[in-house]
Design a protein around this ligand. Structure first.
Ligand code: SF4
Ligand code: SF4
Length: 324
């Protein structure tokens, strides 16, 4: 899988980032009331991912096939021949050439299409997040960069963080840490708080359920912990994946050994899983990658996880924010 390199900043071309959402009034992604900027593009493929529209760096399209009248307006309007008719079927193809012009979305008579993601300049994102400045100031909140994976667009992320911090706005970065150390360091040195995801301790299970090894993730975490930047670990509690007794014990032992004596470590957030986000996969024309093993929710095992972490003396919170 290849993600395009960040468009470089030149004298004539402003730095841009691929963003798929800017969500206001978030209460679960750092302290206070926050605006969350979602970066598009991620190299991991976690089966429980709640934001499949954040996986690719290119623009995506949500298509509600059940609503579609098959009128052909989007096919006629698209300048890049991305909407096509294959016999009776409507096919969305060659998304890499989509320019985000929105003509298909705007021409659809029944709102069956939604274009997801755009390349935004630093000024455009900055303008958007400043709308809620009064809420940040009164609640102790700020701006959180999330994804996707923020570390895949390090120059854009760092420039945005630096600009916000110069204005006295609290910044948080949420990451799964699967990127080069140079990128992780470049971004994290510019933020006030890091929310670092840990999913599985066992390397084989990590490969199986996320598509990648956890060696780089753990190595980056180890290095980050030496920098004394405030850092919280986030564990998505996934039914049947990491909420078994053995894996739960493994991950808590790993955290205890890595964080001992590290002043930047502030604690663990447990995030229970629920099957809210699965519909997005069909809107993208994708099979849900984990439908064979994901079911139910993990509220009960999150409580067991909480007790196990507390009994090891680890500072831990069970989040009331569900993922999935
Ligand atoms: S946004 Fe524009 S280029 Fe992209 S699919 Fe729609 S009409 Fe085509
Ligand atoms: S314009 Fe809308 S209703 Fe018509 S074919 Fe395209 S998606 Fe379907």
């Amino acid at each position: 899988m290849k993600l395009s390199a960040e468009p470089c900043s030149t004298l004539t071309k402003p730095l841009t980032g691929s963003i798929f959402n800017i969500q206001r009034f978030s209460l679960h992604d750092g302290p206070g009331i926050r605006t969350v900027v979602f970066f598009k593009g991620c190299l991991m493929r976690c089966g429980w991912c709640a934001n499949p529209e954040g996986l690719r760096q290119e623009i995506d399209i949500f298509w509600r096939a059940d609503n579609c009248l098959h009128c052909g307006s989007c096919i006629d309007s698209c300048p890049n021949n991305i909407h096509q008719r294959h016999g009776e079927r409507h096919v969305i193809n060659r998304m890499a050439t989509c320019n985000g012009c929105l003509l298909c979305e705007e021409t659809c008579p029944v709102q069956a299409l939604k274009v997801v993601g755009k390349w935004m300049t630093l000024d455009a994102v900055h303008h958007e997040v400043l709308k809620d400045l009064p809420y940040y100031l009164t609640s102790g909140g700020g701006v959180t960069l999330s994804g996707g994976e923020v570390m895949l667009q390090p120059a854009f992320a760092r420039a945005l963080l630096q600009r916000l911090r110069l204005e006295g706005i609290h910044t948080t970065v949420e990451t799964a840490g699967f990127a080069s150390w140079a990128s992780v360091k470049q971004v994290c040195m510019a933020t006030d708080l890091i929310l670092y995801d840990l999913k599985l301790a066992d390397e084989g299970l990590h490969r199986r359920y996320t598509g990648v090894s956890n060696v780089r993730i753990l190595r980056n975490l180890e290095k980050l912990l030496t920098l004394n930047i405030p850092l919280r670990l986030r564990i998505p509690v996934i039914p049947g994946v990491n909420d078994t007794g053995e894996e739960m014990t493994n991950i808590l032992n790993l955290i205890a050994s890595m964080t001992a004596g590290k002043p930047g470590f502030q604690g663990i957030d447990l995030l229970p899983w629920h099957a809210f986000g699965v519909q997005k996969y069909s809107l993208l024309g994708l099979e849900h990658p984990a439908k064979e093993y994901l079911s139910g929710q993990s509220k009960k095992s999150s409580e067991i996880f909480l007790q196990a972490a507390s009994s090891k003396g680890l500072p831990v919170i069970l989040s009331d924010s569900l993922i999935g």
